[in-house]
Design a protein around this ligand. Structure first.
Ligand SMILES: [Zn+2]
Length: 348
């Protein structure tokens, strides 16, 4: 009897030990899993601005990957099979929109049943057509007889005509990130995607987002104040048409010799001449050039007019040196601010 009793208590003890051990094991496992999830949030971004924004919002809670290798021109970029695998394995895939990354849609469709959230940062933003800007430009550039002459010449020019046809079928302006107000909207979209993937840290993401948006708002205010006091109000740009939203935001005029919104097609001599005429007309002493591309057009214009060449960084991507220095989107935009002060002749 005693033996049986002690055997029963032994059994009970065993059950207790096992069940508590089991419980503990379960608990540990669950904790492990949630930790793993937190540490493993993987974000894949296409361009540098969203890469930088995502890092500012997620900080140490996510691994953020920039698809563009350092120094690569963004518009001609095509993802490698490894990039596509990375996108499919990611928790969040952040891209600019169909006009910047025409290849993205197909990948998103083929993502299948993985839990990747795709974020189209241009959704909800009314994108501009190229046509809009050209009309705008011609209305303001030339006054009097010169204007009509110029216009007729362009219409007679078959090549230009073909390009214009191309515009109408072509895309819309994808360069939303260069407007610090749209940049704040981009930050909101990234915050929401992180909250969806990791709601436990919702407050953390929202706070970081708000803090970063304050910096973007300060940047926006600096631009607004600066352009109230510049002698010139026109940015003459030797690079491709990237600063359309920026110029619109601050009521500036903007001219680029490229057709379309990419640097893929070389500007015609007529368009370069048009820029030179603009320089003479406005009395501007600065010609701006773009990042990461040989500034051929700006060099020609500088040689012909004696204008100073200044970099206006489109922030699509950064160079290897910039990456190593830890350059941020805000750094690039603050440098742009300084060069615009210089080139548009800021009056203290
Ligand atoms: Zn561009």
């Amino acid at each position: 009897m005693k033996k049986i009793k002690s055997f029963i208590s032994f059994l009970l003890l065993l059950v207790l030990i096992l069940s508590s051990g089991c419980n503990q094991a379960n608990k540990v496992e669950i904790e492990d899993e949630s930790n793993k999830d937190e540490e493993n949030i993987k974000i894949v971004t296409t361009l540098f601005p969203q890469y930088d924004f995502a890092r500012e919002i997620a900080k140490d809670k996510a691994e953020v990957i920039l698809l563009l290798p350092p120094g690569v021109e963004a518009h001609s970029f095509e993802p490698t099979p490894q990039d596509i695998t990375n996108i499919k394995k990611s928790d969040i895939f952040i891209y600019t929109g169909e006009y910047m990354e025409p290849w993205a849609e197909k990948i998103i469709k083929n993502i299948g049943d993985t839990n990747t959230i795709s974020v189209d940062l241009s959704s909800g933003i009314e994108l501009m057509d190229e046509g809009d800007d050209h009309d705008h430009d011609h209305d303001h550039d030339h006054e009097g007889d010169d204007h009509d002459h110029d216009h007729e010449e362009h219409h007679e020019d078959e090549e230009h005509h073909e390009d214009e046809e191309h515009h109408h079928h072509g895309g819309k302006d994808p360069h939303i990130w260069l407007d610090p107000v749209y940049a704040q909207k981009m930050v909101d979209d990234i915050v929401e995607s992180l909250v969806k993937v990791d709601s436990t840290n919702e407050e953390f993401y929202r706070e970081n987002g708000e803090e970063y948006k304050k910096k973007l708002q300060e940047l926006h205010e600096s631009f607004t104040e600066t352009f109230k006091k510049t002698k010139h109000r026109k940015i003459i740009y030797g690079g491709h048409f990237a600063f359309g939203y920026f110029a619109k935001r601050y009521g500036l005029e903007y001219i680029s010799p490229y057709n379309g919104f990419t640097p893929n097609a070389e500007p015609t001599p007529q368009r370069i001449t048009e820029l030179i005429e603009n320089m003479k007309f406005t009395g501007s002493k600065a010609i701006y050039y773009e990042e990461l591309i040989d500034p051929k057009v700006a060099t020609i214009i500088s040689e012909q007019t004696g204008a100073e060449m200044l970099l206006l960084h489109g922030a699509h991507n950064i160079s290897k040196e910039e990456l190593e220095k830890g350059v941020s989107y805000i750094d690039l935009m603050e440098e742009n601010l300084e060069r615009l002060k210089q080139g548009l002749e800021y009056i203290e």
